[in-house]
Design a protein around this ligand. Structure first.
Ligand SMILES: N[C@@H](CCC(=O)N[C@@H](CS)C(=O)NCC(=O)O)C(=O)O
Length: 199
């Protein structure tokens, strides 16, 4: 398998899950501005929408969408607990968090990275993101990780998008900050940050 990524982008979630699972995933960096792969190839030929993450599978297909790529990787090592078993109620809770991170957080951070975004749009999204993080704060008040005691792919995705909070000027409440530190301290997470040149 090969993961197409940009350092610090949402592809970091897949990278973390691959490391947590101990999967042999090759990494290829993408120049998202030029839409070129590390070896100079056309990234649109890999992934027609031109965004990361993209996971090239041995069978030849390419899987995209961060919330799905992390599940695929986790399911390669079910014993890792990175995703609960398919069909279990816990699986739906993990998917609830993945959908929440994707649609309520990830997408709303996008405005801070687009050069044509207005200050008004940024202010609107900052307020919305802080409201959503207040919800997360309440949900994890009594927990180590989003689902309880076990680190899952949902934590990897939330950690990835929350790394952008400082850049965006979005305030992170206390329980979320405590959770963020616990995730950052995990060896597999740190390894991914080092491998992407971020630590
Ligand atoms: N729908 C995609 C969106 C992925 C996405 O927004 N990727 C960003 C980096 S975090 C990207 O590659 N942006 C460059 C572009 O869209 O041209 C997903 O959920 O994975």
């Amino acid at each position: 398998m090969k993961l197409y990524y940009k350092p610090g982008a949402c592809s970091l979630a897949a990278h973390i899950v691959a490391n947590e699972a101990g999967l042999p995933v090759a990494l290829e960096q993408v120049d998202l501005a030029a839409k070129k792969t590390q070896d100079g190839g056309d990234y649109f030929a890999v992934s027609p929408n031109g965004y990361v993450p993209a996971l090239a599978l041995p069978e030849g297909d390419v899987l995209t969408e961060a919330s799905v790529v992390v599940q695929y990787l986790a399911d390669q090592k079910p014993q890792s607990g990175l995703m609960p078993a398919a069909g279990s109620y816990e699986r739906y809770k993990a998917q609830q968090w993945l959908a929440f991170v994707s649609t309520e957080l990830h997408k709303n951070f996008g405005v801070f990275f687009r050069p044509d975004s207005t200050d008004a749009a940024k202010a609107t999204n900052k307020a919305l993101l802080e409201k959503r993080l207040a919800y997360v704060d309440g949900q994890i008040a009594e927990k180590t990780y989003l689902l309880g005691d076990v680190f899952t792919a949902a934590d990897a995705y939330l950690f990835t998008v929350l790394r952008w909070a400082g850049y965006a000027g979005v305030s992170v409440p206390g329980n979320v900050a405590r959770w963020f530190k616990a995730v950052a301290d995990r060896p597999a997470v740190n390894k991914a940050l080092v491998e992407e040149g971020l630590a």
